[in-house]
Design a protein around this ligand. Structure first.
Ligand code: FAD
Length: 262
């Protein structure tokens, strides 16, 4: 089975400064790590490779320093790694990110499965996985919490949709996004880390991905623009109500509606 896993480098902190003019996070000079959900995606791919054989390819879009997460993936057992890196890819919203990753994935040859994390710990939108599948025209299932059964032509998976647990079968090739309950990612192997420290991270840039047709990379290819980005203000305002249970419940519902929580 040839499996591509999308991995993103995210800040290893919640204290990231904001570029208020451009409406983006200032990622330079901040410690980074692999998005935690992507560890579960990589573990899922490695287990499928152990069962069926094949190849696990990791792919990331980001600045040159994002090669570090590909090296990390090598130390867990990934076979090949690609970094999509070019100034023209910068400032991408989720649509342009999914588009760029889909373009990169098309360069990887025939694949059986693409795995992404459910979401990231910085952007947090959970849109990129399904976006890649839509660009490729592939079937996809999000929020996979368990692989119930697998063959080299299909997967049967459980997904947690919060109010329902669903079991679905999907024919390959397909894309799944995985949640953290799916497995327990292995630790980095020191032996593999030493063995792969000089292993190549293949870089694909604008020229490699742009064809003849119109392209939608980076800020220019992003239909959404951030108007303002700011940390939410903490609000410790409290109200104490007393009364009969029914009266209090009605009042609570009215308040939640007023605040647009329901
Ligand atoms: C409206 C809007 C505007 C934005 N504008 C900008 C901007 O101007 N500049 C800017 O820098 N950022 C911008 N961002 C943030 C940027 O869109 C996200 O960093 C990026 O698209 C990934 O989205 P996410 O982190 O929400 O991923 P999610 O959809 O939460 O991630 C799901 C999974 O997709 C995969 N994935 C996601 N991103 C990558 C990646 N880069 N490489 C490999 N795999 C990946 C991973 O497997 C991940 O687990 C914007 C976001 C939004 C919502």
């Amino acid at each position: 089975m040839r499996i591509a896993v999308c991995i993103k480098q995210v800040p290893d902190t919640t204290e990231v400064a904001i570029d208020e003019e451009k409406g983006i996070l200032k990622r330079e000079g901040v410690d980074s790590r692999m998005n935690p959900y992507d560890l579960y995606g990589l573990e899922t791919a490695l287990r499928l490779k152990e069962k069926f054989g094949g190849e696990v390819i990791v792919i990331s879009m980001g600045p040159p320093q994002a090669a570090a997460v590909i090296k990390e993936a090598y130390a867990m057992g990934a076979d090949t790694g690609f970094l999509l890196s070019d100034r023209k890819f910068a400032g991408a919203d989720t649509l342009a990110t999914a588009y760029t990753l889909a373009k990169g994935i098309k360069k990887l040859g025939t694949l059986d499965l693409i795995i992404t994390g459910m979401q990231t710990t910085d952007g947090d939108t959970a849109q990129v996985g399904p976006g890649i599948a839509e660009y490729l025209g592939w079937p996809h299932i999000s929020y996979v919490t368990k692989i119930v059964d697998s063959s080299d032509s299909s997967l049967t998976v459980t997904t947690d949709m919060l109010d329902t647990i669903e079991t679905q079968k999907i024919e390959l090739p397909a894309l799944i996004t995985v949640a953290k309950d799916i497995n327990r990612p292995r630790l980095l192997s020191y032996k593999l880390k030493c063995a792969t420290q000089n292993k190549e991270v293949k870089i694909l840039n604008y020229k490699d991905l742009a064809g003849e047709e119109e392209v939608f990379f980076g800020l220019d290819g992003s239909p959404t623009q951030v108007e303002r980005i700011f940390p939410p203000q903490r609000n410790c305002q409290q109200e104490l109500w007393q009364g009969e249970p029914q009266e209090l419940a009605n009042r609570l519902v009215a308040k939640l509606k007023e605040l647009r929580f329901i």
